[in-house]
Design a protein around this ligand. Structure first.
Ligand code: H79
Length: 768
């Protein structure tokens, strides 16, 4: 022990003997690992409460940064929201900040509101550490500056020689992660206690007057200058101080919950009383209950769960439990609620193990308005039951259409090949499909027995069939000026079809695709935000993943973004870079997408084959259209392999579907009208399809689809014996076990039914 003391003493003395040429450090800030010197571009984000929301110090810092680094292109994200401290920031970081693109320098301010909101130290540390780890996961070289502003409580604490808990917690995290930090609360307290300044006279309020704003700015500037005068250390990959920190903090949309009928989601909530609101917490979907006893449950996976409510004059009392544990009571009313619908974040529990949990919550009295659930856990994936329901649909319509039909060449691919680029890119100026009728297309799909419809809203040529705000290359700039996507969405709702949207990743028209991927990916998010929030697609179909600008990481980012907007949207696998399985490294998405071929029988991973009814995806004159028999057999083979068929039609430049295609669809629909029970809601197998037959199964039945007339059929025997064999909707067929005396059926694509005493859906696959 003595030995160690002696060594440290020598080290201390030696350090004292050779003073470093340190910058004139302020006692109120720490440089620690310092900051990067700005490069050609820098995005600066301000995360905090009202003092960060208001102009003042923030505008001063912005102006100073512009002046200090004139050759750097600066971008600023103002993410201050009044009343919010560390816990809200940890859960809104992704949506309010990281979703807006790569951040280089982040200012974080939480100490004032953590005090007034009464956030305890455990939550402060979990939230602050979560913010740092989450931010650094998004950008490992992000610079982060932590700031503590002043309030009267902190001045009083320092007057009593006591360090406020919020400051101690901030410094704990800043030290652990070696982040620059500035303690303005202490500076203000010291100067007040020395009589140099006065709170009432100089600050006036916790939202400081000009004097205070200037003081805050000078302190921050002094820290930044000291940082830039100190060489930057690489970020250390520190282990987590608290394994239950909120680094996976996210908003869970309110439609995740399963509420009883006493709740409703108001899609555009505004108060009906006179109380004030906060930006971002009005005109949003709100899960509302005002009837005592209203109950909901929420299944989640993660280590913490909470709610963000707006707490207004009628804010009530809730009771809740997690996993059937002890019931707790929570009063949602605050000291501000009489005049304000305050955004109020309550953690209902944290520190759980990483397994599924259930929150049960009910209203005791008053009102509860939930804006978001707060989850610390991995991002959502598509619910298995929702995916199973999609696979039960079995048959959908794919539509490729756009200005390129004026030339009759292939959509996207003919740009710069058969059609010169400049010509291709101006075709939209003459695209005027006056005979387009969404009802006609959707009723053709309905007549075919299709259960969903996928419109190509944007192909590789970049033309958008909806009025997007993010590109002028869209339908509103054609002579036609109709929201094609919107009209189809409405028609699908009317006819009871699920509405789905194809939007390609690769966009050869967008100059940012390739050279400026962060800008491009942000635009993609903006477009997806429009598509999801306006048209509420059931499924999204991506394409064009194979070029080098696209990465698996972008794919995951987009997948998580989609799920943060609507957890129920089903997503195909072409966001990832790998197509053969959903579980291999580099795979992203919910189902496989074989193209122009029928997928192989696969009982474990959902899949959908996309196949053209003619030869080209987009219309061409006199294209060769498949026969009705080919279409039906393609559907049968798909269902028999346990997959869906997305059959592509190619409408003409005037907006109509070709009569030849409409007729085929009607004939397929007529066959499905008779034989639909052997397709919809079935599973593939148990036989692997071959040239003579293919099978599907449901309940205690196996359906055998015959492709060729055979007087007798012997199937490989299964472990169970059929008790009855008959033609679907027809007479019994003599059989001896698995030898079936089919005779000659006059029907096209006839279906035999084998009926058993027990279920067939889990029988193992028979490889012939
Ligand atoms: O939208 C449809 C296709 O346009 C799209 N995916 C479906 C759903 C697709 N993009 N790329 N590919 C399919 C694969 C590319 C095939 C090609 Fe070719 C072979 C490109 C160049 C050679 C076929 C022949 C298209 C152009 C020439």
């Amino acid at each position: 022990m003595k030995h160690i003391l002696a060594i440290s003493l020598i080290l201390t003395l030696r350090a004292a003997a050779t003073p470093a040429p340190a910058p004139a450090a302020s006692p109120y800030h720490h440089v620690r690992a310092s900051l990067h010197l700005p490069g050609a571009t820098m995005t600066v984000a301000y995360l905090g409460g009202s003092i960060t929301f208001n102009p003042g110090w923030r505008d001063k810092v912005t102006a100073y940064l512009r002046e200090r680094w004139p050759r750097t292109t600066l971008r600023f994200i103002a993410a201050g929201i009044p009343s919010l401290g560390s816990v809200p920031h940890a859960f809104r970081l992704q949506r309010d900040l990281l979703d807006s693109g790569k951040v280089d320098l982040l200012f974080v301010e939480t100490a004032v509101n953590d005090r007034v909101n009464g956030t305890d130290s455990l939550l402060q540390v979990r939230a602050l550490e979560g913010i740092i780890r989450h931010a650094r996961r998004a950008n490992p070289s992000m610079d982060i500056v932590m700031m503590a502003f002043a309030d009267e409580d902190k001045t009083r604490d320092y007057g009593a020689y006591h360090t406020p808990a919020e400051i101690a917690n901030q410094e704990l995290i800043a030290t652990h992660y070696q982040l620059p930090s500035v303690n303005i609360a202490r500076e203000v307290a010291d100067r007040i206690h020395s009589g140099e300044i006065d709170w009432k006279r100089d600050f006036k309020d916790v939202h400081p007057a000009e004097f205070g704003q200037e003081l805050y700015f000078k302190s921050i500037k002094s820290l930044l200058e000291d940082c830039w005068a100190t060489p930057r250390h690489t970020n250390i990959a520190a282990a987590a101080l608290d394994p239950h920190n909120f680094s996976e903090g996210q908003y869970l949309p309110v439609n995740f919950a399963e509420p009883d009928s006493s709740w409703h989601i108001d899609p555009d909530w505004t108060p009906t009383d006179k109380a004030d609101t906060r930006p971002g917490f009005v005109h949003i979907p709100m899960l509302v209950a005002t009837t005592p006893g209203a109950a909901l449950s929420l299944s989640f996976r993660g280590s913490a769960i909470g709610i963000a409510v707006v707490s207004g004059p009628d804010a009530g009392i809730i009771r809740y439990d997690i996993d059937g544990g002890p019931e707790k009571t929570l009063d949602l009313h605050t000291q501000w609620s009489s005049w304000l619908h305050l955004p109020w974040y309550e953690m209902l529990g944290s520190g759980f193990g990483d397994k599924p949990h259930v929150l049960r919550l009910h209203l005791d009295r008053g009102a509860v308005r939930i804006a978001h659930f707060l989850l610390n856990g991995p991002p959502a994936t598509t619910n298995d039951a929702k995916l199973a329901a999609f696979m039960d649909l079995r048959f959908g319509m794919f539509i490729h259409w756009g200005p390129v039909t004026l030339r009759g060449t292939e959509i996207g691919w003919s740009r710069g090949r058969e059609v010169p680029t400049a010509e291709y890119d101006t075709l939209y100026k003459e695209f005027d499909p006056v005979l387009f009728n969404a009802d006609a297309w959707v009723s053709a799909a309905k007549a075919a027995g299709m259960r969903y419809l996928t419109i190509v809203a944007k192909h590789h040529d970049g033309f958008c069939l909806w009025p997007t705000a993010y590109s002028d290359y869209n339908i509103m700039h054609s002579p036609y000026k109709h929201d094609i996507v919107g009209e189809l969405a409405a028609a699908c709702r009317k006819y009871g079809l699920h509405f789905c949207i194809y939007s390609t990743i690769l966009d050869w028209h967008d100059p940012d695709y390739g050279p400026h991927m962060p800008v491009f990916v942000q635009r993609m998010k903006n477009e997806l935000h429009e598509l999801i929030t306006r048209y509420h697609p059931y499924m999204l179909w991506f394409d064009g993943y194979w070029e080098s600008p696209w990465t698996t990481a972008y794919g995951r980012e987009i997948y998580d973004y989609i799920k943060s907007l609507d957890p129920d949207v089903i997503v195909n696998n072409r966001l990832g870079k790998k197509m053969t399985s959903l579980t291999e490294k580099g795979a992203v998405g919910d189902f496989l997408t074989p193209e122009q071929e029928i997928g192989r029988l696969n009982m474990t991973e959902p899949w959908e084959s996309c196949i053209t009814i003619a030869q080209q995806w987009a219309w061409k004159p006199n294209d060769k259209v498949k026969t009705t028999k080919e279409c039906i057999q393609t559907l049968i083979r798909t269902a028999a392999g346990n997959g869906n068929l997305l059959l592509n039609v190619s409408p003409m430049p005037d907006g109509r579907m070709e009569e030849r295609e409409v007729t085929r669809l009607k004939e397929v629909g007529a066959w499905l009208g008779r034989n639909g029970e052997s397709i919809y809601g079935t599973k593939g197998g148990p036989y692997v399809p071959n040239d003579v037959y293919a099978s599907t199964r449901k309940g205690n039945k196996i359906y055998i689809h015959l492709f060729k007339a055979t007087p007798s059929l012997t199937l490989p025997a299964l472990p169970i014996t059929p008790k009855r064999v008959y033609w679907l909707h027809g007479p019994d067929v003599p059989h001896d076990g698995y030898t079936i005396n089919t005779g000659a059926s006059g029907a096209d694509n006839p279906v035999l039914v084998l009926e058993f005493d027990t279920g067939t859906e889990t029988l193992p696959i028979i490889h012939d």
